[in-house]
Design a binder for this molecule. Structure first.
Ligand code: ATP
Ligand code: MG
Length: 181
């Protein structure tokens, strides 16, 4: 590390995500195992499966505090049906996703960014494509998926720690989704 980097403020790589419970993780893992194997890709461990809602990037401690102050969001718990499996050829990411973007998830993402903007945080201008990364360096696969029903009941703020070729995540805080019910 250079002296300049050492002298700079410490950064935290954080994102808002939907963090599945144990039963949902198992269901995701079971439903996608064959496709992951067929893709020949490097699987994401079951305990790291997640759906990113808003990626904030490298924040200072003050930025993390601002992000923590944003929830609760006025969205109730909702059902997410994960019924599509596919690959992005550019990134060679194999993913599990909802075929259509459910309104509550769209609203959650929009409200988060609306409130984050008040803290000077902005989304990258590349559109929101909600997905769960299943494997990296995957080959295209023709896969049907038995739909996974996910009852989404909370929002999480997560920190990402690069760990060699892999990554480690730590949930910093969770908020129940209960607002609109
Ligand atoms: P790695 O990049 O080390 O392979 P990762 O992508 O899981 O692992 P991060 O890059 O820290 O780890 O990303 C954390 C989460 O945020 C992941 O779900 C990732 O897909 C998502 N993410 C990363 N960068 C962006 C971005 N620029 N825009 C939207 N989402 C992003
Ligand atoms: Mg990444």
């Amino acid at each position: 590390m250079t002296e300049a980097a050492e002298a700079g403020p410490e950064r935290h790589r954080v994102f808002f995500a939907l963090w599945p419970d144990e039963a949902t993780r198992s269901a995701m893992s079971r439903a996608t195992r064959a496709a992951v194997q067929a893709s020949g890709g490097r699987p994401i461990a079951k305990d790291r499966l997640h759906l990113t809602v808003a990626f904030l990037g490298e924040l200072t401690a003050a930025g993390v505090a601002a992000a923590r102050s944003v929830p609760p969001i006025e969205i109730g718990a909702f059902e997410l049906t994960l019924d599509a499996i596919g690959i992005w050829p550019e990134s060679r990411v194999l993913w599990l996703a909802p075929r259509s973007l459910p309104a509550p998830l769209e609203a959650l993402e929009a409200q988060l960014w609306e409130r984050l903007a008040a803290h000077g945080l902005e989304a990258e201008d590349r559109g929101y494509r909600p997905h769960i990364t299943l494997a990296r360096r995957a080959r295209p696969v023709e896969a049907e998926v038995v739909p996974v029903q996910w009852r989404v009941e909370e929002l999480a703020l997560v920190e990402s720690f690069p760990d060699g070729r892999s990554v480690y995540y730590e949930v910093l805080e969770r908020w129940p989704l209960a607002g609109a019910e």
